[in-house]
Structure formats: structure tokens, C-alpha cells
Write a new protein. Structure first.
Length: 153
């Protein structure tokens, strides 16, 4: 799980207070009620968001004019109003007083899209073989013996 070593880490809010202030956000004003608010986008903004992959393909101009916003760190919601055209997102877990800062990286986006396209080509080319292998493996991985051995119990 090498990817987890490089994944986003939540840190105590105190460590990000100064950076948030520089970005124009008073992190102490953020609470669960603020994070739960879900204003809506108009139809034009919704289409721009969809077809630009939130500005990764072409520049979006946030309706509130601010390139920074705050979202919850859990990822269960899709706060499209809050992410629309934003270059920086402050992700907050107010209950545990943790946060992280995400900055849009268009070059990483391009690399990931290219990788996804290549992976999908490979998948479609190898689909019959993969389906057969999955079907065969499924019979084994749903057994108690498999999981007992796999988990070393």
C-alpha cells in the first residue's frame, strides 16, 4: 500500500491556522453546520463543472470570486458549490480539530487521465480473460478457508 504513504494527512488545525489566515479563512469559524450547507449551482455552472472536470480542463471562475473554500475531510459529500472553480480547498474534521490543505494540480490531473485511458484500453482488450479469471477466483475467495488462510487465523 505504497500509495497510502503519500496520501493526504490530516494534521491538527493549530498547525494550519496561519496558512488558513493567509488564504483568507478563519478556521475557527468553520463548524459542522457550515460544512453541511449545500448551496446549489445554476445550470451554467453545473455544466461548466461537469465538462471542465472542475477546472482541470479549462479555467473556471468561482461564482463567489474566491479561489479558496472549506469542505469536510470525509469525502462522503460532493460539495460541488464549494469546489466550483476553487484552486485551494481546506479540508476540515471539526470534531477532531484536524485539517489538510489541497491545491489543484493540473499536471497530476493530466497524468492520471492519461493513465486511466491506458488502463481502460488494456481492460477492454483483456476483458474476456479477466472475466474468466475473476469468475474462477471468486469461487475461492468467498470461502471461509481462503479468508482463514489469508488473514493467518
Amino acid at each position: 500500500m505504497d500509495a497510502l504513504k503519500h496520501s493526504e494527512k490530516l494534521v491538527p488545525i493549530e498547525e494550519l491556522r496561519e496558512t488558513c489566515a493567509e488564504l483568507g479563512v478563519d478556521i475557527d469559524d468553520i463548524n459542522e453546520a457550515y460544512l453541511a450547507e449545500e448551496p446549489s449551482l445554476d445550470i451554467k455552472e453545473s455544466l461548466e463543472l461537469k465538462f471542465s472536470d472542475n477546472g482541470s480542463k479549462f479555467k473556471l471562475h468561482p461564482s463567489d470570486g474566491n479561489p479558496v473554500d472549506v469542505i469536510d475531510s470525509f469525502g462522503f459529500r460532493y460539495p460541488k458549490y464549494r469546489i466550483f472553480g476553487k484552486e485551494v480547498l481546506i479540508c476540515v474534521d471539526p470534531k477532531n480539530a484536524l485539517a489538510s490543505i489541497r491545491a489543484k494540480d493540473k499536471e497530476a490531473y493530466k497524468r492520471l487521465v492519461k493513465r486511466l485511458e491506458a488502463d481502460m484500453k488494456t481492460y477492454h482488450r483483456e476483458r474476456a480473460r479477466l472475466d474468466a479469471e475473476y469468475s474462477e477466483a471468486f469461487k475461492r475467495v468467498v470461502t471461509e478457508d481462503f479468508w482463514t488462510e489469508y488473514l493467518g487465523l
